[in-house]
Design a protein. Structure first.
Lengths: 373, 398
């Protein structure tokens, strides 16, 4: 047993941190009306590609780095800590989906390009309410000769805009069951629009498919979807845990500098105790994410439970700590010109995407009871 | 990174299992002489065990149904006796350690006073040198086990002219000495003797019972609070000695309460909290194994674990409705829980729970420590820290 990070992990985290600290400037987003386009979105992505991070979860046999979820947590954590505006997460989620759900031919065709950064993936599985379970019939797939024609819509697709390939789930009219389909975004009948999404650092999209062609993916079981879903939960949790740590650091620094009644506000217990509570949450969120990362890397039996716990805990911690941060900064923290709201919005967005904390807690109870039985 | 716990076929388990099969009901002395009472101590008291072996020993003892000696003599084994290794004399180690580890002499900690709880260094009990003795005068309070104890670890003021932290010294006193009076405090759970008052009226303590040197009392007292063995205890009520969050979920499942969505969500929060606290404890263990500084986990864990224990028993009490107000009534159809003795009693654990955010540092003091030491926030200014102690009291009385 060794619950501590290895030297390799720490080195990866440090190099990611050094790169992103130099690279990411959120200031352009602190003007009303700004979007990711103003925050070096394109040039930053080119550098991410040059770092090889697009291949982080692509196995070496498909030209990627084939790193584990623990390694992914190092990079993703730094992306989350800096709120790096980039399609890194959407591409990563799409990579996991194709890796587990795609046919061998599809993987060989697409994953090397993803690793090289010449193609980008995204996953679109949410219905209009954001539900990602398989009972949605808002998108249907009907067979037409060798292909399927997709009709309907998907929403809340992270980084779908600008992606080269989408993986969507649809109600397969032929089988009467859920199916996954690969869609070339150059196809006719596809429209992808960025939603008016509160989290300014990320592009979350509506996808409309009007008879657009889809390629069927490989036959799958519920366990295959669970494999993808657990990684998505872990990824969102990793961003949350690192963001919590970051907002805590920013707020603690502010509390040391800001003076009221002749003393720094951090010397008052009302502030001190709130920050101590935040640190407790940050530590728990961090260990929850690392445990999930390890369990997923090992394909351990408790991986689903670990991912559910990490998402539920880290998202709630992030929401609570970003709220506290604004209270401690005081009224200035409520303005658009401060970064606090960027973190607050990322926290709320991550908390709601792919199932809220209450849903994952309920699942965690079931999973724990099953494991104990 | 590897979250796997030591495997079932780990060769280090064999020796432990073998010993336990030869000693199915070991006495305190047998455990102490084998080194199992304090495996992390150096020989001859312990076995210089690395943390993973400590983990294995705890686990194997638990499986064999052997109660660890720590709860019988916690002050000695968990906190105070270890300081004799660094601060004690050979004669003190010879006289005190084995009887303490064998649980033949119970220890208590004479630290807190009516006028010095959170501000421990302000304590007023004095020890004046008189020939070959010190004469101790004062009063202690919140002393666990004082009614059973043979030995008291006393912090008293030997220099009233020095600043408050500098004038303190540590002693090992005989609790049967003339002048020592123990009076039980009936706490709100109705239990007597969980805590006591101890009156010290001109108690004569031989000078060779001084631990370390005069003036080292504060350093010894604070180091005693940090020598705790790598905490392997499960997170749970009563500082981990009572029911755990896993017990709670099992009880709620058995009693059908988990189908109530509100109960289910609250229980899940507590369950996840418990699992994460367990992981934090394991990580602290790993950090020790990797010889890394133990980091902020210790203080943070204490800060999180005490309220966590309260959440467990509050939830269990809440589902009982008015029946929970009947003394001794248990929340679940069958007794669930891995607590030991009276600590497995859910009703007692609930009524005891206000104490866990007071004892061993109040929650407020712990949060100050976490914020100041881990986040670097400015320390609370103590206007009395540099004054000669005697002047603090003069200032107060005028």
């Amino acid at each position: 047993m060794n619950f501590s990070l290895d030297e390799d992990h720490l080195a990866l985290k440090q190099s990611a941190a050094a790169f992103l600290d130099k690279e990411i400037a959120l200031e352009p987003l602190l003007k009303p009306g700004a979007s990711v386009a103003h925050a070096n979105y394109r040039s930053h992505w080119e550098k991410v590609v040059a770092m090889g991070w697009t291949g982080i979860a692509v196995p070496e046999s498909y030209g990627g780095l084939g790193l584990s979820c623990v390694d992914v947590a190092m990079v993703l954590g730094e992306m989350g800590r800096t709120l790096a505006p980039s399609p890194f997460l959407g591409n990563l989620i799409g990579t996991w989906a194709l890796l587990r759900l795609g046919t061998e031919e599809q993987k060989q065709r697409i994953l090397p390009a993803v690793a090289a950064g010449t193609a980008r993936l995204a996953l679109a599985v949410g219905d209009a309410a954001g539900d990602v379970a398989d009972h949605s019939r808002e998108l249907s797939a009907e067979r037409s000769a060798q292909e399927f024609l997709l009709k309907g819509a998907r929403a809340f697709a992270i980084d779908a805009v600008g992606a080269d390939w989408l993986i969507v789930d649809a109600h397969n009219a032929e089988t009467g069951r859920r199916g996954f389909f690969l869609v070339d975004t150059k196809s006719d009948g596809l429209a992808v629009d960025v939603m008016n999404w509160r989290d300014l650092t990320r592009q979350v999209c509506d996808v409309r498919l009007n008879g657009c062609v889809g390629e069927e993916t490989a036959p799958f079981t519920p366990a295959d979807w669970a494999w993808v879903r657990d990684r998505i939960l872990f990824a969102l949790a990793a961003e949350c845990a690192a963001g919590t740590q970051q907002i805590l650091s920013m707020t603690a620094e502010y509390a040391k500098e800001r003076v009221a009644f002749g003393k720094s506000i951090g010397s008052y217990q009302a502030i001190k105790h709130s920050l101590a509570d935040m640190l407790g949450q940050a530590e728990c969120a961090n260990v929850a994410v690392l445990y999930a990362a390890w369990a997923l890397s090992e394909e351990a039996p408790q991986a689903s439970l670990a991912a559910a716990m990490a998402k539920a805990f880290a998202a709630d911690a992030y929401v609570d700590c970003t709220h506290r941060s604004i209270q401690i900064f005081g009224a200035i923290g409520f303005t658009w010109e401060m970064k606090n709201h960027l973190y607050l919005k990322r926290a709320h967005a991550n908390a709601e995407l792919f199932g809220n904390s209450r849903a994952h807690r309920s699942r965690a109870i079931d999973l724990a009871q099953q494991a104990a039985a | 990174m590897d979250f796997r716990l030591p495997a079932e076929n780990d060769p280090r388990r064999a020796a432990v299992r073998n010993w336990l099969s030869q000693h199915p009901k070991p006495s305190g002395r047998q455990l102490a002489e084998a080194g199992y009472t304090v495996p992390h101590w150096p020989k001859p008291w312990g076995m210089a065990a690395e943390p993973e072996l400590q983990f294995i020993i705890d686990e194997e003892m638990g499986r064999a149904g052997v109660m660890p000696p720590n709860p019988i003599n916690p002050v000695a084994i968990n906190n105070c006796a270890q300081t004799l290794l660094t601060h004690g004399t050979d004669a003190q180690r010879e006289r005190f350690l084995m009887p303490a580890l064998a649980c033949e002499e119970i220890w208590c900690m004479l630290f807190s006073e009516p006028a010095g709880g959170s501000d421990l260094a302000a304590l007023r009990t004095t020890a004046k040198r008189d020939g070959e003795n010190y004469v101790v005068k004062g009063q202690k309070i919140w002393t666990s086990l004082a009614h059973k104890a043979h030995i008291g670890v006393l912090i008293a003021r030997t220099d009233t002219a020095a600043p408050k932290h500098a004038g303190l010294s540590a002693f090992l006193i005989d609790m049967k000495s003339p002048g020592v009076t123990v009076r039980p405090i009936v706490d709100l759970s109705g239990h007597e003797n969980e805590y006591n008052e101890v009156f010290l009226d001109d108690v004569r303590v031989p000078a060779d019972r001084l631990l370390g040197k005069e003036g080292e009392g504060w350093r010894i007292a604070t180091s005693q609070l940090q020598t705790e063995r790598v905490a392997l205890s499960k997170p749970g009520a009563i500082w981990g000695a009572g029911p755990s969050a896993r017990d709670l979920v099992n009880g709620l499942a058995a009693s059908g309460h988990l189908s109530d969505p509100v109960v289910r969500d609250e229980a899940a929060k507590i369950f996840i909290e418990g699992e994460l606290l367990r992981l934090l404890a394991y990580r602290a263990l790993s950090d020790r194994m990797n010889a890394k500084p133990s980091g902020p986990e210790g203080a943070i864990r204490k800060m999180l674990a005490a309220p966590h224990g309260q959440h467990i028993v509050e939830m269990a009490k809440k589902v009982q409705g008015p029946r929970g107000m009947i003394a001794g009534e248990q929340p679940f159809p069958s007794q669930v829980g891995s607590g030991r003795g009276s600590y497995s009693d859910w009703d007692y654990a609930f009524w005891f729970s206000p104490a866990v955010t007071l004892g061993v540092g109040t929650q407020e003091i712990l949060k100050n420590i976490v914020a100041e030491r881990m986040l670097g926030l400015p320390r609370e200014n103590d206007p009395t820290a540099k004054l000669p102690w005697i002047e603090i009291n003069r200032a107060k009385s005028t």
